[in-house]
Design a protein around this ligand. Structure first.
Ligand SMILES: Nc1ncnc2c1ncn2[C@@H]1O[C@H](COP(=O)(O)OP(=O)(O)O)[C@@H](O)[C@H]1O
Ligand SMILES: [Mg+2]
Length: 135
């Protein structure tokens, strides 16, 4: 699928539509440069699930959990991870098997840790702040 989002709100709206079709256990692997809109997309995932939780980049805590929606959403970010060992320390694989949805920013940093059934979503910056969102 391919979508063009002309602003941040539109990126969130694409994510809201996207998440409506996801079943429990799905992993969403997000790829895109800094500022491409990966975190905005996760905001839309949370909103689409029906959570009113505030979504922020999981920089130091590495994993955020958003509840109150149809399914819990686990938000990870591989950006600051220097080695795969840190994924074991935070129990990454255990989150993947929880009954929720996992969204992983910078998933391409450790692609071998992403399950084969994951949906890869790529965000790229086009002209006029537009983002191209493909999955
Ligand atoms: N079409 C768009 N989609 C998403 N974000 C956009 C768009 N246009 C401008 N922006 C801005 O770009 C930034 C994207 O930031 P963020 O989602 O944190 O990116 P990432 O997590 O990929 O580093 C935000 O400041 C947002 O307001
Ligand atoms: Mg981000």
């Amino acid at each position: 699928m391919k979508r063009v989002a002309t602003n941040a709100e539109a990126t969130r709206a694409v994510a809201m539509e996207f998440v409506s079709g996801l079943e429990v256990g799905k992993v969403v692997a997000l790829v895109g440069d800094l500022g491409a809109g990966k975190t905005e997309f996760v905001k839309g995932l949370a909103a689409g699930l029906g959570s009113t939780a505030v979504v922020t980049s999981p920089t130091f805590t590495l994993i955020h959990e958003y509840r109150g929606g149809r399914l819990p959403l686990y938000h990870m970010d591989f950006y600051r991870l220097s080695s795969e060992d840190e994924l074991d320390e935070i129990g990454f694989d255990e989150y993947l098997s929880r009954p929720g949805i996992c969204a992983v920013e910078w998933a391409n940093r450790f692609p071998e840790r992403i399950p084969g059934a994951a949906i890869w979503v790529t965000l790229s910056i086009a002209e006029n702040n537009e983002r191209l969102i493909c999955w």
